[in-house]
Design a protein around this ligand. Structure first.
Ligand code: PLP
Length: 415
């Protein structure tokens, strides 16, 4: 006990509660003052959870009683957001979905891949994946003895041939629509092929969100997200999500998540939750604006090609119409001109921002050839339709007339 504290003095103030010295009282967590529950999800900033007695502790550790244990395993903020995303992915489906919130989209991908695969297993995927995913498969999973086949997954015969020729393929990894040309793979057809061969399927649904596309409804086994993008929508958090419905694989995924320390933190989970509440109204506006901007660009003489799933001219318009509720906020277009012309257009746009992300409320620009696809060999890049004069646009929710005017002005500078 500290020599300057007069215990008797404090005792006289709070007679009934005074059992320990003030130093102890200072350290001890106070009784919660929560007479009515909070309307909004609180941020839980605690590294651990407490038990009433040893018996309860044992029950929770053994999984016989529901309860939180330690922050790295999740907490009420994190788990609430994870289950919300799982509920949205499973919305209206006869499936019991579960979710995990991870520290980033990349950690969602790596946790799920490493929990489902083992040395000697092989992956089948498409050539035009998110750059980080391609690199993860090529340089990290390959070191763990997991080989990847990169093929054109829109070619269903080629998919079947590849599966027949490679019996070690255990998982098909998909991204539809793909970045930045928005090629779409037929989810129902691929899920059926996979089921026939007893192969797991997993998709990155970041571009669509469950509001526009529900892969589980098409028979896909797992969905991952970079919630950093549309689900948050405001560009102020990094997080990812894993959603599944196969109860037999749930424990393995949770174990990998727990032991690789890839769980999301409370603050980013909270920001994601906050952003997600406006997902439907944001997506409706993203889709409307992107459709209008794509139509405007398509008839402009300074534009040679527009990639947008909503345009009947897009080669994957039909597949997209079949499996997406609307066509999303992402588009890309080719400048009729030189690389210099392309940069000039990007630099003259006033409303937009040049940033290597997507899905925020404001319109974002990116030059794929020199950024997201910089490390893809030119020949391969061109073969995938990613030209040197391509601009990717994550269309925001601004006033559409302002946007069209801005693009019109920028394009007129090169004509
Ligand atoms: C951004 C992104 C990722 C990676 O997500 P992070 O949150 O940055 O780790 C994965 N897939 C797609 C389609 C993305 O756009």
């Amino acid at each position: 006990m500290g020599m300057f504290v007069n215990k008797t003095h404090h005792k006289s103030v709070h007679m009934s509660k005074q059992r320990h010295s003030i130093q102890t009282k200072i350290v001890k967590e106070n009784e919660r003052q929560v007479p009515t529950p909070p309307h909004q999800l609180p941020i839980f900033a605690t590294s651990s959870f407490v038990y009433e007695n040893v018996e309860q502790s044992i029950a929770v550790f053994e999984g016989k009683e529901q309860g939180h244990v330690y922050g790295r395993y999740g907490n009420p903020t994190i788990d609430t957001v994870a289950q919300k995303i799982a509920d949205l992915e499973g919305y209206g489906l006869d499936k019991d979905t579960y979710g995990f919130l991870t520290s980033s989209g990349m950690s969602a991908i790596s946790v799920l891949l490493t929990s489902l695969l083992t040395q000697g297993d092989e992956v089948l995927t498409q050539g035009n994946l998110y750059g980080g995913t391609t690199e993860l498969l090529r340089s990290i999973l390959s070191k763990q003895g997991i080989k990847t086949h990169f093929i054109d997954c829109t070619d269903l015969d080629l998919v079947k041939q590849t599966l027949d020729a490679n019996p070690s393929i255990k998982l098909i990894y998909l991204e539809t629509p793909s970045n930045p040309t928005l090629d779409c793979v037929d989810l129902s057809a691929l899920a059926q092929i996979a089921k026939d061969s007893d192969i797991l399927t997993m998709i990155d649904n970041t571009f669509c969100t469950p509001y526009l596309q529900q892969p589980l409804a098409h028979g896909i086994d797992f969905v991952i997200h970079s919630t950093t993008k549309y689900l948050n929508g405001h560009g102020n958090s990094i997080a990812g999500a894993i959603v599944g419905h196969r109860q037999d694989l749930r424990a393995d995924i949770w174990k990998t998540l727990k032991l690789t320390g890839a769980t999301c933190n409370s603050w980013d989970a909270w920001l994601t939750n906050n952003g997600m509440k406006t997902l439907a109204v944001r997506m409706d506006r993203h889709c409307d604006n992107a459709m209008s901007l794509a139509s405007f660009l398509e008839q402009h003489s300074a534009v040679s090609r527009v990639n947008y799933n909503g345009l009947p001219s897009h080669p994957y318009h039909e597949v997209a119409s079949k499996q997406m509720k609307a066509f999303g906020g992402m588009l890309s277009f080719d400048i009729q001109g030189s690389v210099e012309d392309c940069f000039k257009v990007m630099d003259s746009l006033q409303i937009t921002t040049q940033a290597p992300t997507l899905g925020d409320v404001d319109t974002l620009l990116l030059h794929p050839a020199s950024s997201s696809h910089l490390n893809v060999p030119q020949q391969l890049r061109l073969a995938n339709g990613i030209t040197d004069t391509m601009i990717r646009v994550s269309v925001g929710i601004e006033d559409i007339e302002d946007l069209i005017q801005d693009f019109g002005k920028a394009l007129s500078g090169i004509k």
